[in-house]
Design a protein around this ligand. Structure first.
Ligand SMILES: NC(=O)c1ccc[n+]([C@@H]2O[C@H](COP(=O)([O-])OP(=O)(O)OC[C@H]3O[C@@H](n4cnc5c(N)ncnc54)[C@H](O)[C@@H]3O)[C@@H](O)[C@H]2O)c1
Length: 347
């Protein structure tokens, strides 16, 4: 029987509770679909940092490499460990080491979920560049603390990086409704974004079946609020994608519903699946974290592993549950209740 080995990194705060929920659903759907998932639970977190001085052990990347995929909860506990340590000690090294260059996030309203917009008919897939651009880390500071202080943060756009993320966006559009929105700011950023537009134009010739439109970041932010139904796949640089996907999470009803995948599309290394939300220290241990974003991320993992029927069954179960008003209002249902309802809907 086909067996998948999954690294589970529950992390901090509500991370363990939502990862447990997602894992129960993944195990259950696997049993009913004729394949096996084996989970290896890794305790890498801020507590681990306080105990050992590192967010993950020196051979952490080598350990993860042995698995087919990574399911992550949330990382961060700012009261005990600075976010710069938790982020740079765990999440970012994984994304970089495994060349998970495509961060994808679906934005649509689940049945029964009321978003802040008057519109409810939208289905957007945001594709964010995940390894370079404005977050490349290149730069420095001089004359610190003096009135002559200078800070420089250099955005790095490589042909390889830009081409592969745009190509990934075109491929996704081809599989969906055939529309690609390429996010730019070439009126103000006359080097990097003009380059981005050129590469998009070159690739468009290969994808004559995809309708590609270039939008400035400010214009598309407004469009996501005013006319989200006009968008299909949105492809953006690291910073622009970061901002747009928070907007996407907001219009789909909040962080409890926002799922994501960090993909290595060439599949030579494991990809990582995680809810968009963080560790939510304010509600950790109250048992009220919404597990739907994590369960949806689990469905994205199954889809990536090629188990599309199982992924569809999980999405169907989530939608059955939210249509009944379970998990749609913050705090009304406990994490366990929502999880049990999804498990029951799988039957
Ligand atoms: N990928 C990640 O692991 C990730 C992402 C974002 C933030 N973080 C980290 O998480 C910590 C807390 O960050 P934050 O407070 O800015 O963001 P957060 O996402 O943890 O929480 C923001 C707000 O949303 C609520 N919320 C989040 N997820 C929820 C859920 N599933 N159900 C119900 N309510 C939910 C929280 O209670 C909080 O009020 C920080 O250390 C931050 O660095 C980690």
């Amino acid at each position: 029987m086909k067996t998948y080995s999954i690294a589970l990194v529950p992390g901090d705060g509500i991370g363990p509770a939502v990862t447990d929920a997602a894992w129960q659903v993944v195990e259950t759907v696997a049993r009913g679909s004729g394949f096996v998932v084996e989970g290896a639970r890794l305790p890498w977190s801020c507590d681990h940092y306080l105990e050992t001085g590192a967010m993950m052990p020196d051979d952490g990347i080598a350990v993860l490499r042995e698995h087919d995929a990574i399911l992550l909860g949330a990382v961060g506990w700012p009261a005990k460990v600075p976010d710069s340590i938790s982020l740079h000690g765990l999440l970012l090294p994984i994304r970089k080491a495994f060349r998970q260059y495509a961060n994808i996030r679906p934005h649509r309203l689940l049945p029964g979920v009321e978003g802040p917009l008057r519109k409810s008919e939208f289905d957007i897939l945001c594709v964010r560049e995940n390894t370079e651009g404005e977050y490349s880390g290149a730069g420095g500071r001089v004359h610190q603390g003096s009135e002559d202080e200078v800070a420089v943060e250099t955005a790095i756009f490589t042909r390889k990086g830009v081409e592969r993320i745009l190509r990934f966006g075109f491929e996704q559009a081809r599989r969906r409704r055939g529309k690609l929105a390429s996010v730019t700011k070439s009126n103000a950023q006359r080097h990097s974004m003009v380059f981005w537009d050129e590469v998009a134009r070159d690739l468009a010739r290969e994808y004559a079946d995809v309708e590609v439109t270039s939008y400035h970041i400010d214009a598309i932010a407004a469009r996501m609020v005013m006319a989200p139904e006009t968008l299909d796949v949105v492809v953006a640089s690291n910073l622009f994608g970061d901002v747009l996907t928070d907007l996407g999470a907001a219009i789909q009803g909040g962080l409890g519903f926002a799922a994501s995948a960090n993909l290595n599309p060439d599949r030579t290394t494991p990809s990582m699946f995680e809810p968009v939300h963080g560790s939510a220290p304010d509600i950790a241990h109250l048992g009220v974290a919404n597990p739907i974003a994590a369960i949806w991320s689990g469905a994205m993992m199954l889809d990536h592993l090629g188990q599309t029927d199982a992924a569809d069954r999980v999405m169907g179960a989530i939608e059955t549950v939210t249509a009944r008003g379970i998990g749609t209002i913050p705090g009304k249902h406990k994490t366990d209740e929502i999880t049990r309802a999804v498990l029951a809907a799988l039957d």
